[in-house]
Design a protein around this ligand. Sequence first.
Ligand code: ZN
Length: 157
Amino acid sequence: MRIGFGNDIHRLEPDKPLILGGVEIPSEFGAVGHSDADALFHAVTDAILGALALGDIGSHFPDTDKRWKDAESLIFLREAIRLMKEKNYETENVDSVISLEKPRLHTFIKKMRENLAKELEVGLDQVSIKAKTGEGLDAVGENRAIKAEACILLSKT
Ligand SMILES: [Zn+2]
């Protein structure tokens, strides 16, 4: 068994898309980043790479590389999953937290879980996504940032 942890934060700005777990969320504010800034996919990608001790998302996909400008974060996640399979590991379960002041995410959680479960080739009951607000505190609470954290457990196939 191997455990991995990943986290990610992106700045929020008006008139930008907000994409989380591959789902576009209707929102006044969207995430700013070199790629499509999908904080949840980035955190899960980093958790997988971390579990394998293979560095982090930045070392595999540097934001100085034009190839990843506005890239769909699914590319990063799929590469981490490819490496996981190459090392003969599979996912036991993933748990995650998205911290965002608004909008409330509960209606989008199931679709995000389905997207992650499909990519990781696991059941829905192996993918947990929780949504929290920042209680008005710090960058998340002030609606200036979106944050995601993820833990993943892998086992040998
Ligand atoms: Zn990110």
